[in-house]
Design a protein around this ligand. Structure first.
Ligand code: AMP
Ligand code: MN
Ligand code: MN
Length: 323
């Protein structure tokens, strides 16, 4: 990137940070990592962070209680930094602060990101936004709290250093962060693997009810609003279900959906590589990465399967023709 963080911050008196709706590990990790760094290194700048409710497990990161989930009326910041957010709509409640800010800066790794801010640092090949934030910081000045946040973000978006987006640079960033004295294993255990009883129950239910389509190359499952209410599950309790489905031998893609409200589904797609799911998600108005993408769709469970499976089949057939 041509511009460094210190240049962007020059002359700024107030900064707001924001991430995407229903924040995941990388969103919380990257935005909290940058927040903790800025408040420590630039105490003269008024820095605020805006995030939707942070899932309980991620609250082991320091100062997550300082994240605000509503915006002050009429406030104008000198700079708005949006993190891990592929488009302006995904900012959710903090979008008016973005629109109002004197300058905007986007740090992201979604291939679907169309550079919607004034200054854009978008690297689709990067493992995570947390890795990109790490790259922007002065390594000597990174403290333990921000190292914990960034490590969590990198670990989450790489499926604990396993997905193909994990590069030598990712491992080097993680190593640097470990050298700050953090307990990496504990962060991974408590924020990635550990599940509440409810989370495990609903995971079990989704797996039990899953079906194989497209000649067993796609695994599909859905959780209705009624089921979520029955188990007392929130959307964040369903994270990880689609990744578990993808592990099914012989499948190429996994499609998981849950009902946000009646007949309105949040759809998650995962691919082992043959299908570019970001193309499908963008086609339906969403976005993401080649192997992990999402969108929302109105209609019934069957409408979603019918519409999405056509797009998956198209790419799988194409792939067969090329072979
Ligand atoms: P998910 O399936 O929600 O875990 O999301 C997979 C990836 O796609 C993440 O990087 C998300 O940020 C991205 N994504 C999910 N839903 C959307 C959407 N509606 N618009 C843009 N990107 C999305
Ligand atoms: Mn994210
Ligand atoms: Mn991310």
């Amino acid at each position: 990137m041509g511009v460094g963080l210190s240049e962007i911050l020059k002359g700024k008196q107030s900064i707001a940070l924001g991430g995407h709706i229903r924040p995941d590990g990388d969103c919380v990790g990257s935005s909290m990592g940058l927040y903790l760094y800025l408040t420590e290194q630039y105490p003269q700048i008024e820095t605020d962070i805006y995030l939707e409710e942070i899932p309980e497990a991620y609250r082991l990161i320091q100062k997550t209680e300082e994240a605000r989930n509503c915006i002050p009326e009429g406030k104008q910041y000198d700079l708005f930094i949006c993190l891990d957010c592929g488009d302006e709509k995904r900012l959710g409640f903090s979008a008016p602060l973005f629109q109002n800010a004197k300058q905007t800066f986007c740090i992201d790794h979604h291939v679907s990101n169309d550079a919607f801010a004034d200054i854009n640092y978008i690297v689709p090949d990067a493992s995570s936004t947390s890795e990109l934030v790490f790259g922007l910081l002065d390594k000597e000045k990174i403290g333990k709290p921000e190292a914990e946040a960034l490590y969590m973000g990198i670990a989450h978006d790489t499926g604990v250093f396993q997905y193909s987006c994990t590069s030598p640079e990712t491992m080097e960033a993680a190593a640097e962060l470990l050298r700050k004295g953090i307990d990496g294993n504990d962060i991974i255990e408590k924020t990635f693997y550990e599940k509440t009883y409810i989370q495990n129950q609903i995971l079990g239910r989704a797996l039990l009810e899953s079906i194989l389509i497209l000649d067993k190359r796609c695994i599909v499952s859905a959780v209705s609003k009624k089921e979520m209410d029955f188990y007392g599950a929130k959307p964040s309790d369903l994270e990880g279900i689609v990744s578990q489905m993808k592990l099914t031998q012989g499948t190429e893609t996994a499609l998981f959906m849950y009902e946000l409200e009646t007949q309105n589904y949040k759809v998650s797609l995962r691919s082992k590589g043959k299908v570019d799911v970001s193309i499908i998600a963008q086609y339906f108005g969403g976005g993401g990465h080649t192997r992990a993408a999402g969108f929302t769709m109105k209609g019934s469970f069957h409408d979603v399967i019918n519409n999405v499976s056509i797009q998956i089949a198209r790419q799988l057939d194409q792939e067969e023709i090329q072979v």
